[in-house]
Ligand binder design. Structure first.
Ligand code: SF4
Ligand code: MG
Length: 318
């Protein structure tokens, strides 16, 4: 089955408290139940914005988001409430995302009480202790404050906060990027372990392609508010089709070798609020022609299953 049956944002603006944070041009995705769908791209491409939009933290003025068959992008806060337990987010920076004035117990109990007013105090604290054990933080530390923990432990607590409501879907926005390299693998393993035990579905936002290759079922590549390619991790890393994906992958240094066939990107990255006409990548693409400047490329599914939005691929010249 699918968790996000339809996520289609086209030619609209994404806003937060009435301020435009990003323009979207061409985003069409679905997220299968139990999979890890990673979203990759350079900073500013809109991948974090996309995750926040899916969770209803940002609004879109064009397009639709459907969660298990129900449209959710236009719901009031009250109607969105049941989805707030099913859909959770883990942020990059556990310093910023945990309230410094609350103990770990308060941080974890608050959402449980809010969404389960029928539970008694023992049931709430049992639930919290259980989830702390699962993320590898001993419940004896529950009366401590976030600043008393290391970065890695703090991210474990953030993950506990996401898990404590027993969600189905977690959007993780660069969840290991702010951590010491030595503990990144531990946090990644914790996330993968929780996914297996709980049958979770992940939307995993990252700029780290080696991590993405390792953990993903499928990968969406974003550039300036567009999904330019969507493919299984295997297809994407062995036969990237979109010129932007090819440029991204060629920049990864290969083990024991040179970064072969490095595609050099020319041109400036345009602003994500005022998108270029046509293909958003045309200013940096070595294959751009007049049609690319004029016409937004549509997503097409190739025989391999890869979905790609590129006139050059469609015309057989890329
Ligand atoms: Fe965009 Fe055209 Fe380059 Fe394809 S060939 S990526 S449509 S500019
Ligand atoms: Mg980001």
């Amino acid at each position: 089955g699918t968790i996000i049956d339809q996520l289609r944002l086209s030619g609209g603006k994404i806003t937060r408290k009435k301020t435009v944070v990003k323009a979207v041009n061409n985003v069409t995705l679905d997220v299968h139940a139990g999979e890890t769908l990673s979203v990759v791209g350079e900073s500013g491409c809109g991948k974090s914005t996309l995750a926040r939009t899916v969770l209803g933290l940002y609004r879109t003025n064009k397009g639709e988001i459907h969660y298990r068959g129900a449209r959710i992008d236009n719901l009031s806060s009250a109607k969105m409430l049941p989805y707030r337990t099913k859909m959770q987010m883990v942020f990059q920076d556990p310093y910023a995302s945990l309230n410094p004035r609350m103990t770990v117990r308060q941080i974890l109990e608050e959402p449980v009480r809010f969404h389960n007013p029928d539970l008694n105090a023992d049931e709430v604290s049992d639930r919290v202790a259980e989830v702390m054990c699962q993320v590898g933080v001993d419940p004896i530390w529950a009366t401590n404050y976030p600043h008393e923990f290391s970065g890695g432990q703090r991210q474990r607590i953030s993950i506990a906060r996401a898990l404590v409501l027993d969600p189905e879907f977690i959007a993780a926005d660069e969840p290991i990027a702010a951590l010491d390299v030595s503990i990144q693998a531990q946090i990644l393993n914790l996330l993968m372990d929780a996914q297996e035990k709980r049958g979770l579905t992940y939307l995993f936002i990252s700029h780290d392609l080696s991590v993405v290759e390792h953990i993903s079922n499928r990968v969406a590549v974003m550039y300036l508010g567009c999904v330019c390619e969507l493919a299984s991790a295997k297809e994407l890393f062995t036969s990237p089709r979109h010129p932007y994906t090819q440029a991204l992958l060629s920049a990864i240094p290969k083990l024991g070798g040179k970064a072969g066939g490095h595609v050099k990107l020319s041109g400036d990255v345009p602003t994500p609020i005022n998108l270029p006409t046509g293909c958003v990548f045309h200013g940096r693409c070595p294959h751009a022609n007049e049609r690319c400047i004029r016409e937004i490329p549509k997503q097409r599914t190739l025989e391999s299953g890869t979905v790609v939005a590129c006139h050059g691929v469609e015309e057989g010249r890329v």
